[in-house]
Write a protein that binds this ligand. Structure first.
Ligand SMILES: [Zn+2]
Length: 578
């Protein structure tokens, strides 16, 4: 391809709409353009990257026995009503109505459609397992689309669904996908971590996320280097602290005056204690549609509530902190003095660490007073105990006791064991060897294709632009003749260009009548892995310059050897990933 013909409208300035590095560079490198919030056109360079990622995905899916099909985007409401997700999915579902007043949605995921297909066509154990996938457009009415391709309303996804006879079969299918996903992100040359994940709205039991490590990522992951434990912070667990304190004798419960001390810091310094002695008491509302119920939550003063864990435990659709009025109604005291001691007629949930606190402190449900020497096992009303806390770096690993670490990253893949949630709801059954009717056991496995492209940029860039991993770069090489007015140089560039094309190197010839600086800037911005420069000085010695975008390393090679050297270099860069 010639740069003069390539449709790549690069920008010098950072566009105001761009919130993240990948968003900025995708716009500046002329790869995407926005037409409405969260909706983008992919220009030719982006299209090439997406196709390369899709091809890697396709190869790895097929290698594991996946079969590609394509399902529709437009889904009849009846299928979603059968699975109960027409209501449960909420406002993220794009809904529409046809001329006959029938309801439809634009698919954000395809469990319903695939389950409907398979229940009609599969009825014997002999037809299982089945691994079916598609690479297709999804729609999600995000409340706030943002970060460019990270959180779009229309995006491409690879989604595979597995159907097995039983749990053991599902375990095999799941492992196949786990391996395939690991291979895909390795081949995309991305640094990633596989973490245990929350199963959220899709439901199911086991789930893992594939997270591309990047400081700018939206997800936080917790991991242990000693034992390989890794989980999304939404789900992460840690060892309980505080058990070493239990030797302290229990003292008598006492009221302490704490005038105006409503924050944890105030109480801690006023009473001269430590935050881990404090029993922080929060009132939440578990909300389901119009209905809501208050829930009192207690955890140590130095911990934060993991609201995802809490919401999963409560099984409610939404969760919110209660307003001051509700807090007063429940505790009979102003905000800041709530405590579980003496509370009645309300659901109380305490974090698993709370029972280990000895001679702690909590609000007395009375303005300007706290209880001291609180011993939860002795003084608390009956309460549910669960792991509620948000794990942080430095907490001890639940499995081996070493300090946990945290990283930020971007979720690019997610695999789930669905079990029989959809097959039972939608009656997708088969007859086993003994002729017994059984529900199929399902899994679902997704990769966001544009998101993978964006994550690759978040992880691989510098101040000048994108640094594409070779395997997903839009083109492998750019040829830059420094002096485009010199006919001899241009002829030489044309010759190298022709020879590279002939041996299958993906190359762009920057044949524009532009200053060398402009060409170099564009080459760095677009992020071609290799740059071949024809400069007047080196040409005098019969040499050209090859520059590696990632390392900045420059080598001078004889003109006659340039194509062979580049070919070798590409092969070398490709090794280790394939
Ligand atoms: Zn560990």
């Amino acid at each position: 391809m010639r740069m003069s013909q390539l449709f790549v409208p690069t920008l010098r300035e950072v566009p105001a709409e761009a919130e993240t590095i990948s968003h900025q560079y995708l716009l500046r490198a002329g790869m995407i353009r926005r037409i409405a919030a969260g909706i983008y056109t992919y220009l030719p360079l982006a299209q090439r990257v997406l196709e390369k990622i899709e091809e890697i995905v396709r190869e790895e899916m097929n290698k594991q026995g996946g079969q590609e099909l394509k399902m529709p985007t437009l889904h009849p409401a009846e299928l979603w009503q059968e699975s109960s997700r027409w209501d449960a999915y909420g406002r993220e579902l794009f809904r529409l109505r046809d001329r006959h007043e029938r309801d439809y949605c634009l698919g954000p995921t395809h469990e319903e459609v695939i389950t409907d297909l398979v229940r009609r066509e599969v009825n014997s154990y002999r037809q299982l397992p089945l691994l079916l996938y598609q690479i297709q457009t999804k729609f999600r009415d995000e409340i706030r689309p943002r970060f460019g391709l990270m959180r779009g309303r229309e995006f491409t996804m690879k989604d595979l669904y597995s159907f097995d006879r039983d749990q053991d079969g599902l375990d095999v299918s799941y492992q196949k996908m786990y391996d395939a996903y690991s291979a895909i992100f390795r081949r995309c040359a991305l640094k990633f971590r596989v973490v245990e994940a929350d199963t959220g709205a899709i439901g199911g039991t086991d789930s893992h996320e594939f997270i591309v490590v990047a400081d700018t990522g939206e997800d936080e992951i917790i991991y242990c280097e000693a034992c390989d434990y890794a989980a999304n912070v939404e789900r992460a667990v840690a060892a309980l602290a505080g058990e070493e304190d239990t030797a302290e004798p229990l003292k008598d419960l006492k009221l302490a005056s704490t005038p105006g001390m409503t924050s944890i810091d105030d109480v801690v310094s006023f009473l001269g204690t430590e935050p881990q002695r404090l029993l922080k008491t929060l009132v939440y509302l578990a909300i389901d549609g119009e209905a809501y119920k208050p829930v009192v939550v207690v955890l140590r003063g130095d911990r934060e509530v993991n609201e995802i864990k809490l919401q999963n435990h409560l099984g409610c659709m939404h969760l919110a902190l209660a307003d001051a009025q509700t807090v007063e109604e429940i505790t009979q005291a102003p905000v800041g003095f709530a405590g579980p001691v003496g509370l009645k007629d309300v659901r109380i949930i305490i974090d698993a660490e709370v029972p280990t606190v000895v001679n702690g402190i909590c609000g007395a449900n009375r303005a300007d007073y706290h209880w001291i020497n609180v011993n939860p096992q002795r003084d608390f009303p009956p309460a549910e105990i669960m792991d509620l806390r948000r794990v942080a770096a430095g907490d001890k690993c639940h499995f081996c006791g070493n300090p946990l670490k945290s990283d930020r990253g971007i979720e690019v893949g997610h695999i789930f064991k669905l079990g029989t949630k959809y097959s039972v709801a939608m009656d997708a059954t088969f007859l086993d060897e003994a002729g017994r009717k059984k529900p199929m056991v399902m899994g679902c496995y997704g990769i966001g294709i544009p998101r993978t492209m964006a994550a690759a940029i978040e992880q691989n860039h510098d101040e000048n632009g994108i640094i594409w991993p070779l395997s997903i770069a839009p083109y492998q090489v750019v040829i830059i003749p420094v002096n485009s007015k010199n006919a001899e140089h241009m002829e030489l560039a044309e010759d190298l260009y022709t020879r590279m094309n002939r041996v299958g190197i993906e190359v762009v010839l920057d044949d524009r009548d532009e200053r060398a600086g402009v060409k170099f800037n564009d080459a760095d911005l677009i992020g071609f892995p290799l740059r071949l420069t024809l400069g007047p000085r080196s040409l005098k010695e019969g040499k050209v310059e090859i520059k590696d975008r990632a390392t900045g390393k420059v080598t001078l090679v004889e003109i006659g050897e340039a194509v062979a050297v580049i070919k070798d270099r590409i092969e070398e860069m490709g090794k280790g990933w394939a």
